[in-house]
Structures are given as C-alpha cells and as structure tokens.
Design a protein around this ligand. Structure first.
Ligand code: C2O
Ligand code: CU
Length: 455
C-alpha cells in the first residue's frame, strides 16, 4: 500500500480536531463561506462553503427518541435547505425545496424539528443546487445513539470525501460540465477523511472500535480494504444487520454509511490501515497504531439493537420497474420526455439532460409510484447505462430482493452497476412526496431524478 500522493509533497500525519457536539436544543447551523486548510500544509487554505465554519459540518449527536430542533441560517448568496439523509421523518422536514418546503433565501432561515425514530449513522446536506453546495463542503454527520450502545473501547466518525481542487488548492469551478454529467459525475483529485488528507490514531492492540463511515462525496465510490484489522459490518445506512458480518473489504457509494466494528489485530507497535483502492493504486486513509497495553482478543461481536422497522413481505407487493438509460457511450437514442415534452437526444443535451428513468428526464409531473399508506412496493431497477448509480429513496428504508427471493439488509441507498438489475422492496409507511434519485449529484441534476407519493 502506498501513502497517498496528491498534487506534490508529502503529508505529515495530522491530528483530528473533534467536531463540537451540538446541544439537543437551540441548535443552529449556518451555511456560509469559510477558509479551511484541507490540502496538505504546503498549500494555501481552501475557500469553501461550510456549516458553522467546519468541514465536515458539526457532528450532531442525539439519542434515539430525542427531538432534533435545528435552525438553518443561510449565509450563502443562493438558496439552500437541509435534507436529513436516511431519516424516517415527517415529509415537511425532508428539506427538498419546491417539494416539501420553500427554498431558504440568502439571509433567511428555516426551523427543522422532528423526533428521531432510529438509532444509527445518518448525515445532512443541502438539497438545493446539490452538486455545487455539497461539493463545496456542505455536509455533516448525524449520529443517533442506541439506548444501550454496544460494548466497545472507542468510537470514531470517519467522513470520506472527494474534492476537485485546482493547483492552488481551490475548489475547481467546473460544476455541471457536460463531461461530468454524462460520465461518472464530479470525481475529484483529492480524497479526505474528516477534511484531512490522512488520519492517524493510537489504540491499544486488541481494542475494539466502532467506526461510523460516511461517504459524502458526490461521485466517488470508496472501496476500502484493511490491514491488521478484523472488521465486521454491523450496520448499513444506519440500520443494524441481523448479525454483524465479517468482511475483508467494504464498498461505500456516495451517501451510504457503514458502521464497522473493528478489532485491532496488529501486534504492539505495528500499524493497522484502512486504505482506499483507486484505479491507480491503494492509498492509506486511516492508520491505527497499536500501542500498549495489549488487550486479549474478544469473541465476535453481537448484533446492534434493532430499530423498529416495518414488517416487509413480498406477498401482495406491487411491482413497478425502473429502467435507467442514457449517459456517455449509450446515450438516449429514442429520446426522452423532459418537462412534459418529448425531445431527441440533442435537444435534451442542450437542456443539460443526459439520463432518463422510464423515458423521463428530470422531475416528472406524475410520481413514479403512487402508493397507499402501508402498501408494499417492489422496484426492479435495471441499469442500461455504462455507469454505476447510487439510488436513494427519501423517507423510508428498503431491502434488496436478492436472487432467490430472500431480503437483504435495510438500506436507503443502493449502488447499481452497469447492466445490472437490482430489485428493492419497501413498505410505503411514511406519507408524503419523497424523492427517488441517483445520489451522484451530477446525474441527479441531469435527469436521474424521480419521486414517489405515499397517501
Ligand atoms: Cu442525500 Cu435526495 O439525498
Ligand atoms: Cu447516477
């Protein structure tokens, strides 16, 4: 494994400054420009947009059943909102401008208030001009603790992000260019953990950690491998697995989360690593130095306490297929309907639309699914494009219907590879209008957006 080289120069191991914990009430998040050192120390500070001047934004921490009350203050020069990603909250708190709330104008504010039904690892980000606002630094983690948290020695939140920086370490302005929109999205040239090029930590050899991983990038899928660690996936997208699953790698698509339980297997004085497999090599992102005194290894961990999810059975489920098309290489030879008008591929491209769901580019007048409250919906998602897509449903978690009919873990975002069909099923348990879109933000803005109505 290599140390990551970026731009030029080497990076001293920085120390994480823990994001301040917000109080339960009176929480205020101000989105505004900031200057922060995210590039290596021999580069200038980066001008970005941040919540409360921090990248990632303040880590919010609550207990299951608490009420979250937060005022978003808009210090940007454009409208914004906050979407609380992965939370089963009331529709009016979902943060989608023009759908669940008016956009928050520059200088304005909006009060969010809702009860947190699930323990787990969640995050928050704007849902207005998402590609630019998220890429410039607006996102943060929301942790909801279980009433009885698992027995661990330490916990860390690891926010994986990807930046496209200029040689002066400034945010590259090329938002929504045609190449990004029609290919894999806005991939960056610099990856960070908690806003830093690399993290290192000291732990006793044998210690058990809980690592809450969140991918806040708008395009990059992090494919992580481990050295000197025993790793179990204990929860995905906030929801505990029935039993932690031991793994030697984990892929985390944009917007996805993974709660890992990790035992430091490295011997005293050795370094354990979490590394990202990229096209050109494997780069260390987090190093965990095994210090003393060594602890005796523990038995495999048990499951995290479950959240109260609906009973999901496939009997009587209604099936609504979704076919994704478009993008570079394959295009939309049969055209698509955009804002009610059937258009050919060239006219669509002129409107910045490169993708379609069931022949519809962008938000359609009618929802993809109109479900009755309590109905079970199955959506086989067929990806006829040459790219992978991270499909996210707001307001409700789903399970994947695996080949053979068994059900996978509860998730809110599913990565669907080229030429794959992957089926999801969910109980329409939450009334309202809910977005269903690709979380590769450049795809979302160029066609891959739809919605589901639950009444
Ligand atoms: Cu993080 Cu519309 O989502
Ligand atoms: Cu996509």
């Amino acid at each position: 494994m290599n140390r990551r080289a970026f731009l030029a120069g080497s990076v001293a191991a920085p120390v994480l400054t823990q994001a301040g914990l917000a109080s339960e009430t009176g929480l205020r998040l101000r989105a505004a420009p900031a200057h922060l050192q995210i590039a290596p120390p021999d580069y200038p500070a980066t001008s970005l947009w941040a919540y409360d001047g921090q990248v990632p934004g303040p880590a919010l921490r609550f207990r299951r059943g608490d009420r979250l009350e937060a005022r978003l203050v808009n210090g940007l020069e454009q409208p914004t909102t906050i979407h609380w990603h992965g939370l089963r909250l009331p529709n009016a708190m979902d943060g989608v401008p023009g759908m669940t709330q008016p956009p928050v104008a520059p200088g304005g504010h909006f009060d969010y208030a809702f009860t947190l039904p699930d323990a787990g690892t969640f995050w928050y980000h704007p849902h207005a001009n998402s590609l630019e606002q998220i890429s410039r630094g607006l996102s943060g983690v929301l942790v909801v603790d279980e009433a009885a948290p698992p027995d661990i020695d330490a916990e860390d939140i690891l926010v994986l992000d990807d930046w496209r920086l200029t040689e002066e370490a400034q945010i590259h302005e090329s938002f929504g260019n045609r190449h990004d929109m029609s290919h894999a999205g806005r991939l960056g040239n610099y990856i960070t953990v908690n806003g830093l090029p690399e993290l290192s930590r000291d732990y006793p050899s044998g210690a058990r950690l809980r690592l809450r991983l969140v991918n806040t990038a708008t395009a990059r899928v992090f494919r992580l491998v481990f050295r000197g660690l025993r790793v179990w996936v204990a929860a995905l997208d906030g929801m505990p697995l029935d039993a932690p699953q031991e793994v030697d790698r984990v892929a985390i698509a944009p917007a996805q989360r993974a709660d890992l339980l990790v035992d430091i297997a490295a011997a005293l004085g050795e370094e354990a690593l979490i590394a990202s497999q990229e096209r050109d090599g494997t780069y260390a992102m987090v190093s965990l130095r095994a210090g003393g005194p060594a602890q005796t290894p523990r038995p495999a961990p048990g499951a995290l306490p479950p959240n109260d999810l609906p009973d999901l059975t496939l009997d009587d489920a209604r099936k609504i297929p979704l076919v994704m098309k478009g993008g570079a290489m394959r295009g939309l030879p049969e055209g698509a309907t955009w804002k009610g008008t059937k258009m050919d591929m060239r006219a669509l491209a002129q409107e910045g639309q490169f993708w379609a769901f069931n022949g519809l580019a962008g938000m359609a007048e009618a929802p993809l699914v109109e479900a009755f409250l309590g109905e079970t919906i199955r959506i086989p998602i067929t990806n006829r494009t040459a790219f992978e897509h991270a499909m996210h449903l707001h307001g409700m978690h789903f399970r994947e219907v695996l080949p053979g009919g068994s059900l996978g873990p509860w998730r809110d975002t599913l990565l669907v590879g080229p030429d794959e069909t992957r089926e999801i099923a969910f109980v329409a348990e939450n009334p309202g209008d809910w977005m269903f879109h690709c979380h590769m933000a450049a795809h979302q803005m160029s066609g891959m957006m739809n919605w589901i109505r639950v009444t």
